[in-house]
Write a protein that binds this ligand. Structure first.
Ligand code: NAD
Length: 439
């Protein structure tokens, strides 16, 4: 490898959109060569977002000053409508990041067989630096700015990093104020509070779906050396909505040992296992809102935690965390990607060589959008499903999706990530031809 190649590879590692496009091109080349011919125009149609909205808007701060924020909503593809995808509040939100995440949403919906196109939104803001009142004003104004392009049958947002059911409630309320006559108005957004038409099981859905995928992989004996999840040692990166719930579900329902947990400030590790609820209780009451210091355990860095001894590593924080340099030293034999885009392409190649079993994000974390779909269906039908029904339907969707990706991997001799992309893109190509090009 030349010096220039090395530099390109390092730049690619940190460029999530570029990585996504490379994965897309690789899959399209494969489909074109091995499955069916793909016209150039169809490739371009599927690769590019069809709508990118960027807005700058003012928000009054508690001290009376006015700050200008930048927000985005990207609708990647309306193979089916509505489009669907979360809203992220973080200081590194950019148009490229939201575009990459919107593309992944299109893929994810195809993997689990949901009649949605992909979308994503976000505001460049660190929610930890804003008061509750400032956040509420920011959410209401952002909702107003994206109002022209969202709706129960056009584009339906949901929570992502830095947002929760509170923001979804405000977006619903703003939409309803401007659309008082719209039928099924609660279906404009999912991940809402239960009182506003939220679904039971939505908060923990991403984690629950991931647990079902992992369970299915173990049941089908797809992971060498794994006959049960009982006592499997698990390390979780990120201790927000997804990270906490996966720790709790694997600990309580599957008998796993949660040996390591970290958040943005660093991590903790205990060979004897941690109680996820106790760790969350500590985090919530600590002045830094961090797991650091729990039970007097040593403070570990991200790198130490990601490469610490465990059977299963679960990235549940953000993109671009498992770099090539991390993959080299990683000890886990399974990675369950609950975050979006946590593993770089370089890391992926190293993990393949090391025979680490990777359950890719567009399959592993699709439980969130799946229960969002259930919520949308309940809103449209004026129903409220009990939790066991939601869980049973989710389990079936995730098991079917897992089976489809394993079959694609076996039939075409692909790793699970490539198989998931090839499966999703092949289906998307079929939909394009079946619908035809308007007019
Ligand atoms: P969240 O905001 O509730 O939690 C994120 C957590 O990650 C926080 O604990 C934060 O401290 C931690 N974190 C941030 N940077 C970190 C770093 N560098 N190292 C370690 N920890 C770090 O967000 P969430 O909803 O739990 O989402 C987590 C991931 O899951 C994201 O990639 C998101 O896109 C993905 N995801 C979420 C959903 C959902 O339903 N919420 C659905 C699908 C995918």
């Amino acid at each position: 490898m030349t010096h220039a190649d090395t530099i390109t590879e390092v730049i690619e590692e940190f460029d999530f959109l570029k990585r996504t496009r490379l994965e897309f091109e690789k899959s399209i080349e494969f489909i074109n060569a091995e499955i069916k011919p793909v016209e150039k125009g169809v490739r371009r149609f599927l690769e590019q977002p069809f709508r990118q909205l960027a807005v700058k808007f003012p928000v009054q701060m508690d001290n009376g000053s006015i700050e200008i924020f930048t927000g985005y909503r990207v609708q990647q593809n309306r193979l089916y409508e509505p489009t669907k995808g979360g809203i992220r509040y973080a200081s590194d939100v950019s148009l490229d990041l939201i575009t990459a995440l919107a593309f992944d949403m299109t893929m994810k919906c195809q993997v689990v067989g949901l009649p949605y196109g992909g979308a994503k939104g976000g505001v460049c803001a660190d929610p930890k630096k804003l008061s509750r009142a400032e956040l509420d004003r920011l959410t209401r104004r952002y909702a107003y700015e994206i109002l022209p392009i969202i709706g129960p049958d056009s584009d339906v947002p949901a929570p992502d990093v830095g947002t929760s059911e509170r923001e979804m409630g405000i977006i619903y309320d703003t939409y309803k104020m401007f659309n008082p006559q719209t039928p099924y108005a609660p279906a404009v957004v999912t991940g809402k509070p239960l009182n506003l038409g939220g679904s039971k099981g939505r908060k923990e859905a991403t984690a629950q779906g991931g647990a079902y995928v992992l369970e299915e992989a173990v049941k089908q004996k797809s992971i060498e050396g794994f006959s049960s999840l009982k006592d499997a040692a698990v390390v979780v990166q990120g201790y927000g909505n997804v990270g906490f719930h996966i720790s709790q579900i694997l600990h309580d329902d599957f008998g796993c040992k949660i040996v390591g947990i970290c958040d943005s400030k660093g991590g903790i590790y205990s060979e004897d296992g941690l109680d996820p609820k106790e760790v969350m209780g500590y985090k919530n009451s600590s002045p830094d809102q961090s797991v650091i210091g729990f039970d007097g355990l040593q403070h570990l860095t991200q790198l130490q935690l990601l490469t610490s001894s465990c059977d299963i590593l679960i990235p549940a924080a953000k993109e671009t965390q498992i770099l090539g340099s991390v993959a080299k030293d990683l000890q886990a034999s399974v990675i369950l990607e609950l975050a979006n885009g946590p593993t770089t392409n370089l890391a992926d190649r190293i993990l393949t060589d090391k025979k680490v079993h990777v359950l890719p994000d567009i399959l592993a974390n699709a439980g969130g959008v799946t229960v969002s779909y259930f919520e949308w269906l309940q809103n449209k039908a004026g129903e409220s499903w009990e939790l066991p029904i939601v869980k049973e339907k989710l389990q079936r969707k995730m098991a079917t999706a897992y089976g489809n990706i394993v079959e694609t991997a076996r039939n075409h001799n692909l790793d699970m990530r490539s198989a998931a992309f090839v499966f999703a893109i092949s289906k998307a190509i079929d939909v394009v031809y079946e619908r035809g090009i308007f007019p």
